[in-house]
Ligand binder design. Structure first.
Ligand code: NAD
Ligand code: DAU
Length: 348
């Protein structure tokens, strides 16, 4: 792998992955970041990277639904590996407007697969980032394994399931060298504040209400984003061709307990001039089709590739809250939409 295409590298996980790859990993090649810069894509997530890695980092603003531009990128940069993060990623948005999810997550993935296949002679690895949501919902016990049948319940998870099937089909049918990872809920620096953890941190800091869906007893398995990045790179380097790996955080938590933990940690950091932030919790109407519980069995990646999460929920959450408190400028620019004005000025 010398010329790696990373899609969606200006989003939350993609940006953390590029930072990890260039700043910390043993990867010696270059990164070509293709991102359409939707509301979720923010080049400021990679502040400093273009300057510090000018020979090894290239950014192309492009839509993965545009096969001609993508084809030019594959040719110009002699792409020999793909790490595919780009997606519409928010379940609530997929319920209101599923259209973009079908385009980006299914058609966009198909375009990338077609181009990888066209250049199959030099393609070392096509790694596809997917989600545990493709497996549907668990009851009170049990875990998702790599052989759990697919049972997606939202337009988002259905579109991700479709893309997983396409990736696997391109391996079986055309012999494309692929790997897939299905991971649980990520959290950490640079996450867009529409997702539970950054939304609750920022609302708690600002003394706003903390909207918890339904009875708050839905369970998610939280994975610190840096642990996820390590796992993805491990799979890209040493995962077996054609295989799927589940990646989880070993950190199951009911939403209401998570929100209370955030309140307590923010109270600890900022004090309680207006009383405990737990008083801000408001139970609101449930999300339609809300999956009850996700939990990942990650024993396959642990046994085969020696990976396990380094952060506990307590250490990861402390780091995350500290990051949001220390990066008020990033937060303000994201919340005010200023980052989008800047993108328009820079990229049209
Ligand atoms: P995100 O929404 O923060 O970022 C998505 C990125 O993709 C943005 O930079 C956006 O501009 C870009 N993008 C969207 N449509 C595009 C298009 N048509 N062409 C090019 N770029 C486009 O998402 P994230 O949370 O970083 O998730 C990254 C990947 O990981 C997704 O595939 C998601 O399904 C998967 N995933 C996320 C989580 C999680 O908890 N966040 C968990 C499991 C899997
Ligand atoms: O499991 C992996 C998935 O995790 C990824 O594939 C998705 O891209 C990612 O968005 C995430 O999906 P969720 O729907 O689980 O994440 P979200 O942060 O939106 O919600 C987490 C839980 O918190 C979920 O049970 C819904 C609940 N919630 C969410 C929000 C935004 C609330 O109770 N209140 C809220 O305001």
């Amino acid at each position: 792998m010398k010329h790696m295409l990373v899609t969606g590298g200006c989003g939350f996980i993609g940006a953390n992955f590029i930072r990890y790859l260039l700043e910390e990993s043993d990867y010696a090649g270059r990164v070509i970041n293709v991102d359409a810069l939707t509301y979720a894509g923010n080049p400021e997530n990679l502040a400093g990277i273009p300057e510090r890695f000018s020979g090894r980092y290239h950014f192309v603003k492009a839509d993965i639904c545009d096969p001609e531009t993508l084809s030019g990128v594959f040719d110009a940069y002699e792409i020999d590996a793909v790490c595919h993060f780009a997606a519409e990623s928010h379940v609530d948005r997929s319920i209101v407007r599923p259209d973009a999810f079908i385009q980006t997550n299914i058609v966009g993935t198909f375009n990338l697969l077609q181009l990888a296949r066209k250049h199959q002679d030099r393609m070392v690895r096509f790694h596809h980032i997917s989600t545990d949501e493709v497996f549907g919902s668990l009851g009170e016990s049990g875990f998702f394994t790599e052989t759990t049948p697919y049972h997606p319940n939202s337009p988002y998870s259905a579109s991700k399931a479709a893309s997983d099937h396409l990736v696997r089909a391109f391996h079986k049918t055309y012999g494309l060298p692929i790997t897939i990872s299905n991971c649980s809920n990520n959290y950490g620096p640079y996450q867009f504040p529409e997702k539970l953890i950054p939304l609750m941190i920022l609302n708690a800091v600002e003394g706003r209400s903390l909207p918890v869906y339904g009875d708050g007893l839905n369970v998610r398995d939280w994975l610190y984003v840096k642990d996820h990045c390590h796992a993805v790179w491990r799979v890209m380097q040493s995962g077996r061709d054609g295989e799927t790996y589940n990646i989880g955080g070993n950190s199951e938590m009911e939403n209401i307990r998570m929100v209370e933990m955030i309140c307590d940690l923010v109270d600890e950091s900022l004090g309680t001039p207006a009383g405990s932030r737990r008083d801000l919790v408001t139970f609101v109407k449930d999300r339609p089709g809300h999956d009850r519980r996700y939990a990942i069995d990650f024993s396959k990646i642990q046994k085969e590739l020696g990976w396990h999460p380094a952060e506990s929920l307590s250490t990861g959450l402390r780091k995350t809250i500290a990051w949001y408190l220390a990066h008020r400028e990033w937060v303000d620019r994201v919340k005010s939409g200023e980052y989008q004005e800047w993108i328009r000025e820079q990229y049209g």
